[in-house]
Unconditional design. Structure first.
Length: 247
């Protein structure tokens, strides 16, 4: 299966933490933790995150779970090893990964956005299900679903030592009849007196809530939803938690 990774998860990896600060994940990670604790009996101890990227969620789940982190990008796993050296790291594609063991909980956060057709989402759901023990649960947390997606743009700026950046992202849906949208990123990257301009296109999957439910139930999960915080103003959306039946 071919994957074209955005520059952000390869050549631009040194800039990743400026774009997605670790602290921004604290509130959402807390909501995910509570949802897993409510869904899983006996008390969950082990967590596999598929597409765990730089380990930002995992960092906040540190006190609660023994974590195994997967990603397709060796460069992103390198960032994660620096931040969460106490975690186990596994390189691989979430559509095909098979570790040969099960966990109390599995999480797929925003990495699921990079699966852009139903077959790939189903393959990732099968991976999650295969790694969830009976009575455990898998969380699927897409950034957007068809019903709530809105086109929009944002600017951002950040500094870390000699590196500073100014950026713009612009999410748009050129063809509302297909299962994808596009986020165009433009970065101005400054290291001392050297400035470069980079354009990075992210093609992301966009499915209806009904499609999500059909795929998740299709792999054998009991599907429920829970609210997660999406901004600092008390806004929430709904993401999926899928319990694997005892038998
Ligand atoms: C936005 S980052 C994830 C950040 C993560 N939520 C965190 O807390 O740090 C998205 C990640 O998805 C990974 N990814 C994309 N497609 C993947 C696949 N098929 N299997 C595994 N990882 C994948 C990318 O390499 C990238 O690291």
């Amino acid at each position: 299966m071919q994957v074209t990774q955005p520059l952000l998860y390869g050549d631009l990896v040194l800039w990743y933490r400026l774009i997605d600060p670790v602290d921004d994940h604290a509130e959402e990670a807390a909501a995910i933790q509570v949802a897993i604790e409510r869904a899983v009996e006996p008390r969950p101890e082990t967590l596999l995150e598929l597409g765990a990227g730089a380990g930002h969620n995992a960092f906040h789940l540190k006190r609660r779970f023994r974590r195994t982190l997967n990603d397709l990008s060796e460069a992103m796993l390198g960032l994660s090893r620096d931040l969460t050296p106490d975690c186990e790291h596994e390189l691989g594609d979430m559509r095909t990964l098979r570790l040969g063991r099960q966990f109390d909980a599995v999480l797929i956060h925003d990495a699921i956005m990079y699966l852009t057709n139903e077959g790939d989402v189903r393959a990732a759901a099968e991976t999650a299900f295969a790694h969830t023990r009976p009575g455990g649960a898998a969380v699927f947390a897409p950034d957007a679903v068809r019903e709530t997606f809105q086109e929009g743009s944002e600017t951002f700026s950040a500094q870390d030592g000699v590196r500073s950046m100014r950026g713009l992202d612009w999410s748009m849906d050129p063809d509302p009849t297909d299962d994808t949208f596009v986020t165009e990123y433009v970065f101005l990257l400054r290291e001392g007196d050297v400035v470069s301009l980079v354009h990075d296109r992210h093609i992301e999957g966009l499915f209806s809530i009904e499609t999500w439910r059909r795929i998740l139930m299709g792999v054998g999960c009991d599907v429920a939803t829970f609210k997660r915080p999406v901004d600092d103003h008390g806004e929430t959306d709904e993401i999926f938690i899928c319990r694997r039946p005892e038998r």
